[in-house]
Design a protein around this ligand. Structure first.
Ligand code: NAI
Length: 256
């Protein structure tokens, strides 16, 4: 109930999927939650539901690839909630499914703008607040495809590999400031992103495709959003106070 009580937690991409679950679980564990997203109706609804259950939450419309907007929103969160302690860089897109010989520069850049520069901008503008708070925890959502390769979506996989090493670099650069930085590597989790990806890949029987993808994991099924959210709560809490620069694979054994 109280694993992150007293901490202000920013969650990007918090309107849907994994980010929404992270925001909900962090709020249940006592955190004040700032939700960043582009889906205003869904984001406002998640924040309102948290408040109805007695938690503290507010939604901000923020495109994480827009640096001035990110800085404004993070400064605003710090002013409203009295600082920033935890940042969950979850917002991401799967983007173009084109292979290397056919992808355009614009399609490549679009994925990097959200998945890589979005993480950079949120870290860059949160770090001064984390330092001011005497430390904190940054949790970056990478992927199993930041750990191993796969024969599709090269722009996405490149972005998730970048997030993995950005996390390790920042873990080393800011350890003396007591800022911990870790990456989380989900296997396939049933969310709008995965459903859209399966449809874009030509799947017509979505339930069959869901079972087939689940079977790629040694545990025999896809994960659910709370499997990831509880890992994020752990990394946000002081239970993980000696963990930095680590990769937490939550993947049903996919990368074992
Ligand atoms: P989702 O597509 O279901 O939700 C992503 C959320 O991010 C949406 O609410 C969307 O509006 C928001 N978002 C997208 N671009 C944004 C931007 N520029 N600024 C602010 N918000 C933005 O995705 P899902 O599945 O919940 O994924 C969350 C994270 O987990 C992503 O970084 C994804 O790459 C990663 N991941 C997901 C896996 C899965 O199987 N679902 C597996 C491995 C990693």
């Amino acid at each position: 109930m109280d694993r992150v009580t007293g901490k202000t937690c920013i969650v990007t991409g918090a309107a849907l999927g994994i980010g929404r679950a992270c925001a909900e679980r962090l709020a249940e564990e006592g955190g004040a939650v700032a939700l960043f997203d582009l889906h205003d109706n869904e984001g406002e609804a998640v924040a309102a539901a948290i408040r109805e259950r007695g938690g503290r939450a507010r939604y901000w419309h923020v495109d994480v690839s827009d640096e001035p907007a990110v800085k404004r929103a993070i400064d605003d969160v710090a002013a409203e909630f009295g600082g920033v302690n935890v940042v969950v860089n979850n917002a991401g897109i799967s983007g173009s499914t084109k292979l290397t010989h056919e992808i355009t520069e614009a399609e490549w850049d679009k994925v990097q703008a959200v998945n890589v520069k979005g993480v950079l901008f949120c870290c860059k503008h949160a770090i001064p607040h984390l330092k001011a708070a005497g430390g904190g925890s940054i949790i970056n959502l990478s992927s199993i495809y930041g750990l191993v390769g796969a024969a599709d979506v090269p722009a996405y996989h490149a972005s998730k590999g970048a997030v993995r090493l950005m996390s390790k670099t920042d873990a080393l650069c800011y350890a003396a400031d007591r800022i911990r930085v870790n990456s989380v590597h989900p296997g396939y989790i049933w969310t709008p992103m995965v459903e859209n990806h399966l449809k874009a890949s030509g799947a017509t029987d979505i339930e069959a495709a869901r079972r087939d993808v689940g079977a790629l994991h040694p545990l025999g099924h896809m994960g659910d959003v709370d499997d990831i959210a509880w890992g994020v709560v752990y990394l946000a809490s002081d239970e993980s106070k000696f963990i930095t620069g680590a990769e937490l694979a939550i993947d049903g054994g996919y990368t074992a």
